[in-house]
Each structure stands twice: as structure tokens, then as C-alpha cells.
Design a protein around this ligand. Structure first.
Ligand code: FAD
Length: 611
């Protein structure tokens, strides 16, 4: 390892991660903070980064208030219903009331929207989704961020947040390294907005071996959005609320357009529509929630999982009817070509033409994220005009660390935001961050050299470890003195899969398994002190693994705390197989002590601010 260059940057607002939330934050920060210095630090390149990198075929959250299609209240009811009663309604409402203006901006910036030829309105795919020609969605929003930020640092992986030493519990910036040059980067910032996406690859994926990189959620979403706040003691919420997706087998191709637009349906291996057969069984577990419309996503998964367990799999999507219509056939294929090309490739490689063969579906491994159909993430303040006292501490979307904000997957309690809602949350967070900076303009941040020099040692240690010990072995990759990131990742995925409710146990766990899982995660974390990285790419992998492991520990703590099965189809607590509204109609909160690593768990009330 040669000499490491240090690059120092001082700014007002640092945006960590230039995905949908981060680009929205940079755009809005400039609007309210014309005179402020706004910087983005992004692990990849904002033009093609994050979950929207490949493009999307639909914007999944648009109210259509201009045509009185939906109101924010409707969206809160929808999200609450899908999450079995538990969301932060203040945050959900706040996002929903602003999301249409975000979508209108996307169109203004050049995103091709599909319009209904008869009404002239945006073409709906379902009640909330509108269809787009979205291959270039991400470059379009990235351009807005590029024009707004003073500086964009691409290829910087942020590993730790910095804390102000003149005031307790106040953010001071972040540090990381350039994954191409190896430079050490220090960002001193008055406010930090985390938009670093959710977490794939914490549970063992169905795809293994050479296909391991093929997961539903982007493989580069490495839980930094959770690990960064957790490391500085921010409170987290609903981290047990992982998501399991029903998707086309092996390619994880999306099913939304098929169900909603092509009007396809599912059947078991014997051609029966099975969902209704599980009604009584599910009702015994969750009561009236099974009667809610639309049926919550987890409960539809539950019927799927039970049907396969009963020996009547595989489950197929019936495409052979819709695909006889050339228009629908085109839409079916375009749906993949615009966002999940790999599904089309998988079908071609497996001789599946959906016009003649009904393709298989499967349920995915679990993922942790806060912007899709689940709501894991940081506990944040809501807006002044909506939030009850317990949900409000001065600045919208500010976490429990002063000056630390979040958007998109990073924030908890706000499901069904999707791409447009995440961008909107970034905007809301940035507006509040500007106000925070103005209100605290006399703050003088103190970041000692010791704070960042200590972190520099920690960050580059895996490369030093590798260099020191690599000659102990003459072949292969297994060393007595270090653990490579891939080895550690597979160990993490196995622990989470087997003990925290992954695919190999049919999403089942219980208290003894979770406690054992925590012990194993503890020894994994001890061993990660001996991570070895042979180059900068592996150094990034080593830090992604550390972030994933910290977030996983949080997931297990939450899963252990909630003694019920709230979301059958996402996971099951075998020792508490029923939904228990008397004791658990609440949000769960965790906090990790940065010094001791000890976790504290508590319940927070759910306030229903919409009827
Ligand atoms: C498979 C899939 C399909 C989806 N389909 C749709 C759809 O059809 N319609 C829709 O509206 N929404 C869809 N979504 C949802 C949408 O993509 C997300 O809601 C949205 O991207 C979340 O925004 P975000 O900013 O939180 O994360 P992202 O957009 O993923 O951005 C996170 C950013 O942080 C960066 N980053 C990560 N770690 C670090 C670090 N340590 N340091 C610096 N940078 C870092 C990443 O590189 C990335 O740029 C889909 C999501 C997935 C996963």
C-alpha cells in the first residue's frame, strides 16, 4: 500500500448517495439554499446509480390530484392497509401531498411519460402507478442534481459519519474513500442527508454460484443507509419489516405490469387458482386483515408460500391468454427490456416463450428497505403541521441525531414511496436541512484531526492486513490470518437465512433461533476485524460487508423484540404465530450505543391521523 492522499472538503450540506432520494435532496437544497455549498458523495456515478440505474417502466407513486384521481389521504389508507396497520402516517401523508409536483418536474426535465390517448392523462398501470418510457429515468434526474450541487464526488464510498465534538449528538460530516484512486476523503458538513439506498444480500439469495449477483434488489445496495446512522447512535424503526417479493423465477422480473395492465393471474401446477383456499387459514392468523381490500401484499405471499409447501407448486403466471393480443405481448416484453433485461434473457435461455408457456413465479429472499412495500429505516421527525409531539422534534426528516437527515430507503415508517416518493422525501429533507443550517448559523463545528485520522486507520486496515499476511498462503484464498469479503458475505447470508427467517427455512424463525443468530453475528463481527482486501474494489466490498452486518444485527434485534407474526408471507415467528394487535399495534424502535455496541429496544405508538 502506497501513500494515501487526503482530500478535504468543507460544505454546508453533504448528500450521501446520489440515488433518487439524494438527487431530490440536492435539487431542493439549491432552491432554498442559493448561497449554500451543496456536495454529493456517491459510491458509483450518479448518472447510473442506485435501484433505478437500469431504468423503470412505471412511476409507482403518483396521486393524480390535478384530475382528482387520488388524494394523499387515500394513499395513507392504502399504505397502512398494505403494511397491516403500521406506518408513520404523518410522513406518508407529507410525501403524498408533494409527490405529484415531483413527477411534473420529471416530465419537464424530459422524462417521456405515456399518456392515455383518450383522456390525455398519464397512462395508469394501476391505481397508483403511471407508465413511462423510463430507460433514461436516472440520467434525467441526475442532470437536475448535477446542475444544483456545487460538487459531485462520484466513486466515493462513505464508510462513517463524523460527529461534532463541540456539541453532543450533532453531526459534523462524513468520511470515506475513492474506490478508484484510494484517496481518503473527509467531508466537514453542517448537515448530512443520507440517501444511500436499502439492503440486498443480507439474506442468502436464491441465485447462487455464478448467478449470485442476480437478486431482485440491486446487489450494490449494501445497507449503508442503515449502518451509517446506526454507527452514530441514531434510532431505527421497523427493521424487522423485511420484504419478500413474488417475482418471475430466476430473473426476478417484475409482475406489476402483468397483473395490473395485462390482467394475468396465477395458478398452481395443476391449473387451480389457489389463493381463496387459504382464506380460513390466514384469517385464523391475522383476523380481519385478510378481508381488507386490496389484500395486503404479505398475505398474498403467504398463500403462495403455503401452496408450495402443500406440494402443489410451482406457481405459474398465466401469460398465454394475454400474449395472444399483439399489443399486450409487446407490453409484456417491453416491461422487461426497459428495466429488467435479464428476465427476457433468462426466458430465452430456458426456452420460455410466454405466448405459449406460462412462466414460473417464485418468492424471493428477504430484503430490507424503506421505500418499496416495507418501511424499515431510521426514525425521523415528521413535519410541523401534521406530526403528533412524539413524532416531531423540529425538522422534517431529521433523525434522532441533530443535523442528520434521510430520504428514500434510509427512512423508516414510509412505505410505498418508490422512486418518485423517494425523490420527494429528498426534497423535503433538504428544505428542512437548509432551515436547520440557518437556525443554527452560529454553530462552529469541531472535528478533531484525531477523529478522522483514527477512522482512516480503520478504513484502510483490510488492505494492510492483506498485504501483511498474503504470503502466509501460497495458493487459494483461505488464509489463517484474514477473511476475504466474499467469505464473510456468504457467512452473513447463511446466518441470516438460517436463523432470521430466510428462504431455506421458509421464512420461519423464533426466539431461540434469533438469539443464536445474534451470537453468530457477534463472532462474525469479531472476525471482520481481520478482513483482508487485495485491492480497492475489495476494500469497498469489505466495507459493504461491514455495513450489511451492522444492519443485519439491527434486523435480528427487531425481529426478536416483536413477539408476533405481523406480516405472514414476509416472515413468521414460530413461537408467536398470530398477529397480536393488543400488544403489538405499535412501531418498534432500536438504538445501538456507539461505545458499547449494546442495543436498547422500545415501542412507539402508531398514530392514525387519517380515518
Ligand atoms: C428491483 C426494484 C424495482 C423497482 N421498481 C420500481 C418501479 O417500477 N417504479 C418505482 O417508482 N419505483 C421502483 N422501485 C423503487 C425505487 O427504485 C426506490 O424506491 C428508490 O430508488 C429509492 O431511492 P433511494 O435514494 O433510497 O435509493 P437508491 O435510488 O437506490 O440510491 C441509493 C444511492 O446511494 C449510493 N450509495 C450506497 N451506499 C453508499 C455509500 N456508502 N456511500 C456513497 N453512496 C452510496 C448508491 O450507489 C445509490 O446511488 C424499485 C426498486 C427496486 C429495488
Amino acid at each position: 500500500m502506497g501513500k494515501i492522499n487526503t482530500v478535504f472538503e468543507e460544505c454546508d450540506i453533504l448528500v450521501v448517495g446520489g440515488g433518487m432520494g439524494g438527487t431530490g435532496a440536492a435539487y431542493e437544497a439549491r432552491y432554498w439554499g442559493r448561497d449554500l455549498k451543496i456536495v454529493i458523495a456517491e459510491k458509483a456515478n450518479i448518472d447510473r446509480s442506485g435501484a433505478v440505474a437500469q431504468g423503470l417502466y412505471a412511476i409507482n407513486c403518483y396521486m393524480g390530484m390535478q384530475w382528482d384521481e387520488n388524494q394523499p389521504e387515500d394513499h395513507v389508507r392504502y399504505a397502512r392497509n398494505d403494511l397491516m396497520g403500521l406506518v408513520r402516517e404523518d410522513l406518508a401523508y407529507d410525501m403524498a401531498r408533494h409527490v405529484d409536483s415531483t413527477v411534473h418536474k420529471f416530465e419537464e426535465w424530459g422524462l417521456p411519460m405515456i399518456r392515455d390517448p383518450e383522456t390525455g392523462r398519464y397512462q395508469r398501470e394501476g391505481k397508483w402507478q403511471i407508465m413511462i418510457h423510463g430507460e433514461s429515468y436516472k440520467p434525467i434526474v441526475a442532470e437536475a442534481a448535477r446542475k444544483s450541487a456545487d460538487k459531485i464526488y462520484n466513486r466515493i464510498m462513505i464508510t462513517h459519519l463524523l460527529m461534532d465534538e463541540s456539541k453532543s449528538n450533532r453531526i459534523g460530516g462524513a468520511v470515506g474513500f475513492n474506490v478508484r484512486t484510494g484517496d481518503f476523503h473527509i467531508f466537514k458538513a453542517k448537515a448530512v442527508i443520507v440517501g444511500a439506498g436499502g439492503a440486498s444480500h443480507i439474506f442468502k439469495p436464491r441465485s447462487t454460484g455464478e448467478g449470485m449477483g442476480r437478486t431482485w434488489y440491486a446487489p450494490w445496495s449494501s445497507a449503508s443507509a442503515y449502518a451509517l446512522p446506526i454507527q452514530v447512535g441514531a434510532k431505527m424503526t421497523q427493521m424487522e419489516n423485511r420484504i419478500v417479493l413474488c417475482r418471475f423465477k430466476d430473473g426476478y422480473g417484475p409482475v406489476g405490469a402483468y397483473f395490473l395492465h395485462l390482467k394475468t393471474h396465477t395458478q398452481n401446477a395443476y391449473g387451480d387458482q389457489y389463493e381463496a383456499n387459504w382464506y380460513e387459514h390466514t384469517k385464523a392468523m391475522v383476523g380481519d386483515y385478510i378481508d381488507h381490500q386490496p389484500t395486503p401484499t404479505c398475505l398474498r405471499n403467504h398463500a403462495f408460500i403455503e401452496e408450495v409447501k402443500a406440494g402443489r407448486g410451482p406457481i405459474h403466471m398465466v401469460t398465454t391468454e394475454a400474449f395472444q393480443d399483439p399489443h399486450l405481448e409487446t407490453i409484456g416484453w417491453e416491461n422487461f427490456l426497459g428495466m429488467t433485461i435479464s428476465q427476457a434473457v433468462v426466458w430465452a435461455s430456458q426456452d420460455i416463450d410466454p405466448k405459449y408457456v406460462n412462466p414460473e413465479l417464485t418468492t424471493s429472499e428477504p430484503y430490507v428497505m424503506g421505500s418499496h412495500a416495507t418501511c424499515s429505516g431510521a426514525w425521523a421527525s415528521g413535519p410541523e403541521d401534521l406530526s403528533p409531539d412524539e413524532y416531531y422534534w423540529g425538522y422534517n426528516r431529521m433523525m434522532t441525531v441533530d443535523g442528520l437527515f434521510g430520504a428514500g430507503d434510509a427512512l423508516g415508517g414510509t412505505p410505498h414511496a418508490f422512486s418518485s416518493g423517494s425523490f420527494t422525501e429528498g426534497r423535503l429533507a433538504a428544505k428542512a436541512a437548509v432551515k436547520y443550517i440557518r437556525d443554527n448559523k452560529n454553530d462552529k463545528l469541531k472535528i478533531s484531526e484525531k477523529q478522522y485520522q483514527d477512522l482512516k486507520e480503520i478504513i484502510f486496515k483490510p488492505m494492510k492486513t492483506y498485504e501483511t499476511y498474503r504470503n502466509e498462503i501460497v495458493g487459494g484464498t483461505v488464509s489463517p490470518s484474514y477473511l476475504l469479503p466474499m467469505h464473510g458475505l456468504q457467512r452473513l447470508e447463511k446466518i441470516m437465512d438460517e436463523y432470521a427467517g430466510g428462504i431455506s427455512v421458509n421464512y420461519m424463525t423464533n426466539e431461540p433461533m434469533l438469539k443464536r443468530g445474534l451470537e453468530l453475528l457477534g463472532t462474525l463481527q469479531e472476525d471482520l476485524e481481520y478482513s483482508g482486501a487485495e485491492d480497492l474494489h475489495q476494500l469497498m466490498r469489505a466495507w459493504e460487508l461491514k455495513h450489511r452486518t451492522i444492519a443485519s444485527e439491527c434486523v435480528v434485534q427487531h425481529t426478536l423484540f416483536r413477539e408476533e407474526t405481523r406480516w405472514p408471507g414476509y416472515y413468521y415467528r414460530g413461537d408467536h404465530m398470530k398477529l397480536d394487535d393488543d400488544n403489538w399495534h405499535c412501531l418498534t424502535l432500536s438504538q445501538r450505543d456507539p461505545e458499547s455496541g449494546e442495543w436498547t429496544m422500545e415501542k412507539a405508538p402508531v398514530y392514525h391521523i387519517v380515518d
